[in-house]
Design a protein around this ligand. Sequence first.
Ligand SMILES: [Ca+2]
Ligand SMILES: [Ca+2]
Length: 182
Amino acid sequence: MSRDFIITMGVIVAGVVAVSLYTSLVGVPGRPHAWTAGDVKSLAMAIEYFHEEYGMYPDFGMEGDEAQADGRSGSSLFTILLGKEVVTDKIQNRKRIAFLNVKVSKSRARGGLVYSSGGSGVIPEGLYDAWGNPLHMKFDIDCDQQIEDPLEQGKVIRNKPVVVYSFGPDRNPGGGDDIISW
Ligand SMILES: [Ca+2]
Ligand SMILES: [Ca+2]
């Protein structure tokens, strides 16, 4: 093998390693963004449609006007929005409409809706962005047609019953990469 060949191969290998490191750290631009943007919109629409259909918000154990799309309350929210509640006299989604239409995923690291037992269970666990973090929601619970912008202080979002957002690849509010439903 010539020295040039070895150097060329070395450069190619270094390039491949650099690209895969980059994509594993910040994600492939485009697709994950598009998936998460779609899921952010879908969740906002699902809650809006539920609100229109039943004249109330789903009651899923939220405290205050903000919630995260995971944990006990998140699981309860998705059970309601997917029409998977057990039929009792307390059922909220009486018509058992599947309001939510999002990508189902085996692992939260890839983003999407994840079910219990590593994706093989029947209980929805949470809805995650492409960077493995749960989506966030903020509701107009006082019904004054205004929601204080959760990402920009002093700004007000009007005429939305709910807003949904992800912090984006930097996993923090701001930074120009947040993904929002409004
Ligand atoms: Ca309000
Ligand atoms: Ca951000």
